[in-house]
Design a protein around this ligand. Sequence first.
Ligand SMILES: *[C@@H]1O[C@H](CO)[C@@H](O)[C@H](O)[C@H]1NC(C)=O
Ligand SMILES: *[C@@H]1O[C@H](CO)[C@@H](O)[C@H](O)[C@H]1NC(C)=O
Ligand SMILES: *[C@@H]1O[C@H](CO)[C@@H](O)[C@H](O)[C@H]1NC(C)=O
Ligand SMILES: *[C@@H]1O[C@H](CO)[C@@H](O)[C@H](O)[C@H]1NC(C)=O
Ligand SMILES: *[C@@H]1O[C@H](CO)[C@@H](O)[C@H](O)[C@H]1NC(C)=O
Ligand SMILES: *[C@@H]1O[C@H](CO)[C@@H](O)[C@H](O)[C@H]1NC(C)=O
Ligand SMILES: *[C@@H]1O[C@H](CO)[C@@H](O)[C@H](O)[C@H]1NC(C)=O
Ligand SMILES: *[C@@H]1O[C@H](CO)[C@@H](O)[C@H](O)[C@H]1NC(C)=O
Ligand SMILES: CC(=O)N[C@H]1CO[C@H](CO)[C@@H](O)[C@@H]1O
Length: 463
Amino acid sequence: MYFRFLNTRHIILFMISLSVVYTIVSHEIDLYNLFSGTMMLMNNQSGDTKNMTSVVVPGNAAVSESLQILEKSATDWKMILFWESWSTVLWNESFVGATATELLQEGCPKWKCNVTMDRSYAGTADAIIFPALGFSPSNLPRMPRPQYQRWVFLEMEPPTGIYAVEGANNLRAHNMSHIVNWTMTYHSESDIVGFYGFFLSLGTTVMPLRPNLMSQHGEAMRRYKRALEQGDTLEKVMGPSWRSFVKRPRVVAWMSSHCPTNSRREDYVAELSKYITVDKYGACGDKECKKYSTGPLLHSCWKNVITGNYSFYLSMENNLCDEYITEKVYNAFSYNLVPVVWGGSDYAKFLPPHSYINARHYHPQELARLLTRLHQDPVAYGRYHLWRGYFQVMNKGNLCELCYRLHTDTTSSYHTDISEWRMRSGRCLMAPSNMFNKTLGMDSWRSVIYSHYENLTNVGFGL
Ligand SMILES: *[C@@H]1O[C@H](CO)[C@@H](O)[C@H](O)[C@H]1NC(C)=O
Ligand SMILES: *[C@@H]1O[C@H](CO)[C@@H](O)[C@H](O)[C@H]1NC(C)=O
Ligand SMILES: *[C@@H]1O[C@H](CO)[C@@H](O)[C@H](O)[C@H]1NC(C)=O
Ligand SMILES: *[C@@H]1O[C@H](CO)[C@@H](O)[C@H](O)[C@H]1NC(C)=O
Ligand SMILES: *[C@@H]1O[C@H](CO)[C@@H](O)[C@H](O)[C@H]1NC(C)=O
Ligand SMILES: *[C@@H]1O[C@H](CO)[C@@H](O)[C@H](O)[C@H]1NC(C)=O
Ligand SMILES: *[C@@H]1O[C@H](CO)[C@@H](O)[C@H](O)[C@H]1NC(C)=O
Ligand SMILES: *[C@@H]1O[C@H](CO)[C@@H](O)[C@H](O)[C@H]1NC(C)=O
Ligand SMILES: CC(=O)N[C@H]1CO[C@H](CO)[C@@H](O)[C@@H]1O
């Protein structure tokens, strides 16, 4: 059942030891459970695994090697050490839901993980997570690195982000890529995906390892799509409360503190503002959200000023990179708005259909018309909230996949240059400066933005 999460490295292991691994995978038994009865287990947390090498499955090098890596103690718990906060945010505020209790409640198949920031665990932890920016030779654990311990490179910024570029230069200057075992970024080509938000299927108890992918929500998606196709209204799904839910005095809000960006969202918003009133909060606008600030205060702005007042929110990323979808989108969902997205991702992979509007499909003038029309039509606007009957949005990351793989996965990835890999898989685009230059024609912006990401023939233009 978890077969779909396996990557090519698993497949290689699969081919090497077909029968054993097939049993493990198909019966969802991990190596630990399978062999713990016959192994000499060590309670010594120092991580000395020498004794493990004596456990050999005849003729199966891959499995006996993986046993050494997996085993260190008789406990079934894995320790995850966050070496430091990433950016200015503590791990527990970014990956809320990291604790075993929360993993269990959300339906994570492996939930026995402890998470700590206490560096005295450096010599014994199963994984140490290094936020990219502070990852340097002088800032590594002094303790000897146990054989089984995974060093995880964490970066949630896109490769073209200011801090990511600094981190990448540092990584390259110190030639540190090869000491990393797993990468953890928002991109699905990472070993572990660290997303900003995700959806839970209502009415199910098991959470997929990568719940941010809509393909992992088969059953709820089927039911939701049927409702969409049948033309169900929000009233039918949610009852009479929908009337007050969709009644908003204003059309669209935007909140931003970084103004000139690689995505040139500011150009899009400036052009959009010619055709519709955009209430701009924060440093890039003229509106003040009195309690606006970073951190938890940001939420008080959403709670007190944005939610209930607006139909739409401009969830525009500062970089146009593949799969880069941030809290800007999940904030809008969780505060009951419909996000208007601008980014480099194929959003259909990550968000329910008909839950958002992709600004890349519309000239600002067309978008203004669309938003105005929907704002004035509660039934049509309400259908953008229909997903709420089938999914619950989670405005946070989670460590389910990491915990699961610490229990079950014996592989380690190897990058000669993580920075180069990130840049390549990130598929970022610098938005051009002349997107809305009228002398180039009304449609010039389309080809520039689109061609890098989407198959033009698959995109519906206009209203
Ligand atoms: C654990 O292993 C370390 C290093 O091999 C050793 O120094 C220590 O004495 C061991 N502790 C116990 C309780 O066996
Ligand atoms: C996160 O941890 C820090 C220190 O460990 C603590 O001060 C803070 O209140 C925690 N935040 C949350 C949301 O639990
Ligand atoms: C991990 O968490 C479990 C459950 O809370 C606890 O019993 C165990 O002692 C913890 N392990 C460590 C090393 O803190
Ligand atoms: C992690 O990577 C290091 C450096 O390449 C390697 O020596 C170690 O065996 C790897 N650890 C695991 C658990 O795969
Ligand atoms: C980087 O480190 C790797 C592994 O130790 C080594 O093979 C490679 O030559 C180094 N590259 C540079 C440019 O120093
Ligand atoms: C709308 O915003 C105003 C402040 O501009 C606030 O006083 C009011 O409570 C908000 N309305 C809702 C429904 O949130
Ligand atoms: C618009 O494009 C034309 C033709 O390339 C150029 O001459 C002009 O300077 C551009 N205008 C702006 C504001 O960039
Ligand atoms: C674009 O879409 C068309 C029609 O669906 C398909 O035939 C073509 O292979 C696609 N091209 C790319 C590059 O994906
Ligand atoms: C090779 C090695 O370290 N062997 C040790 C395995 O564990 C037993 C019992 O703890 C020791 O006596 C061996 O020396």
